[in-house]
Write a protein that binds this ligand. Structure first.
Ligand code: GDP
Ligand code: IMO
Ligand code: MG
Length: 430
């Protein structure tokens, strides 16, 4: 049976939520494996809009198991609020439909405070984070002082873990001019939220391996995108986790041999939220038009997304790093009506042509894109559900994208609606 990993191939917001929701009809289990509620995944089903941050996009389909893997960082209070709000939309969430890995690290309120204090106080090093405490929580995981889901089940362990974390955090807070954390209040809050979280806790690695052996199909849902990866992204303007396909294995406890298809999600142009280099960024009327037609405002923070032409050089790099088998090309409809479209095929740096984005931040910032131009199309592609509905120029654009990124298109998306999707190759096919 095929298992599929979905990953973003740009700077996030490629439309992963829509594609995961569409694919989840064919899957039995949908698992998040990294990131946290910095993600914002939007699904539109028959006009009803669902915005998911910590919950996997599979929750809206009945009878599927949604999993939060150990590679995620989880804010328990946020999760409780998200569950309550999604239930109000008629979605059923029970310990039978949601499972959280026992070894998942928790995001605590002081992580968010630290994240925001750093962003506010140090404008030189501003990353433009979502302010959700993601970076500080991952720092604590690697620093061996994070509190994990399983720690919630024992009062004594919880106290020891909190004390260990606070030795570090109170020293940091003093340096930033923040009050020390109220230890007893934090422990009381954690004890109060514990039953809410523990009802979903499970050894996810074991459950997933049993499901796999029983021939169930697992869909791994990535957050963010390859250019935000902690190792391969535009460092330091990145998120604090590995977001590429290899992380699906370590972030859930299933071996890499379980992964049969890596689906890269690729927007037909480029966007980015937050600071950092962006070679094809547009400050002109074309950029404005992409932002307006694409409704490019962040799902999590509401910030305006920066917009630019499609960067084939970057996507080729992302596809290589994640071992992408095929891509889902989204938001093709946003390009309707442009007379001419530009595609970046490489960069110029100090008089030389580059066929990849260099690693040094300074060089990244100085790369200027080399473009080729293609004719646009005047007809609408919005809502198209078959190749036959696409104008010839749109098909040529898609074919050229495939050539330049050296990867075939498996799916095409032409509107936010679940069913406005064209299937070329089924990632779940054996
Ligand atoms: P994600 O973070 O990768 O899940 O993407 P977001 O949900 O943050 O942002 C993608 C936005 O584009 C959402 O508002 C989607 O509803 C919307 N979207 C997804 N696919 C398409 C598409 O093919 N066409 C258009 N016009 N919008 C789309
Ligand atoms: P989805 O899953 C787009 C960006 C932030 C910031 C950087 C670090 O919806 O694609 P963080 O809060 O993670 O420490 O912020 O990463 N970022 C995203 N940009 N989509 C996302 O998720 C993002 N998650 C984080 O804007 O630049
Ligand atoms: Mg998003």
């Amino acid at each position: 049976m095929a298992n599929v990993v979905v990953v973003g191939a740009q700077w996030g917001d490629e439309g992963k939520g829509k594609i995961v929701d569409w694919l989840s009809e064919r899957a039995d289990v949908i698992a998040r494996f990294q990131g946290g509620h910095n993600a914002g995944h939007t699904l539109v089903v028959g006009g009803e809009v669902y915005k998911l941050h910590a919950l996997p996009s599979g929750v809206v389909r009945r009878g599927k198991l949604s999993v939060i893997g150990n590679g995620v960082v989880l804010d328990p209070w946020h999760l409780a609020r998200e569950i309550a709000s999604i239930r109000e939309q008629g979605v059923e969430i029970t310990p039978e439909t949601l499972m959280i890995a026992e070894n998942t690290p928790l995001i605590l309120p002081f992580h968010g405070e630290l994240d925001r204090a750093r962003e506010e106080q140090n404008s030189v090093a501003k990353i433009g984070t979502t302010g959700r405490g993601i970076g500080p929580a991952y720092e604590d995981k690697v620093g061996r002082r994070v509190i994990r889901v399983s720690d919630l089940s024992d009062d004594r362990t919880l106290e020891v873990r909190v004390d260990r974390a606070l030795v570090h955090h109170n020293a940091l807070r003093a340096g930033l001019g923040l009050e020390p954390v109220d230890r007893d209040a934090l422990i009381a809050d954690l004890r109060a939220i514990a039953p809410e979280i523990l009802q979903y806790a499970a050894p996810v690695w074991k459950v997933l391996n049993e499901k796999r052996r029983a021939g169930r199909r697992i869909l791994f849902e990535g957050a963010q995108g390859a250019l935000l990866d902690i190792d391969f992204g535009t460092y330091p303007y990145v998120t604090s986790s590995n977001v590429i396909a290899g992380q699906a294995a370590t972030g859930t406890g299933i071996g890499p041999s379980a992964i049969d298809f890596v689906l890269g999600i690729v927007k037909a142009y480029t966007t980015r939220v937050g600071e950092g280099p962006f070679p094809t960024e547009l400050d002109d009327a074309d950029g404005q038009r992409l932002g307006e037609r694409g409704h490019e405002f962040g799902t999590t923070t509401g910030r305006k997304r920066r917009c630019g032409w499609f960067d084939a050089c970057l996507v080729r790099q992302s596809c290589a790093i994640s071992g992408v088998t095929g891509i889902a090309l989204t938001k093709l409809d946003v390009l309707d009506g442009f007379e001419t479209l530009k595609i970046c095929t490489g960069y110029e740096l100090d008089g030389e042509r580059m066929d990849h984005l260099p690693t040094a931040a300074d060089s990244q910032a100085r790369c200027t894109p080399i473009y080729e131009e293609m004719p646009g199309w005047s007809q609408s592609t919005e809502g198209a559900r078959s190749w036959a509905d696409l104008p010839a120029e749109a098909i040529k654009y898609v074919r050229r994208v495939e050539e330049l990124i050296e990867c075939p298109v498996a799916l095409l998306s032409t509107s936010p609606e679940r069913d406005d999707t064209i299937l070329v190759t089924d990632p779940f096919a054996d």
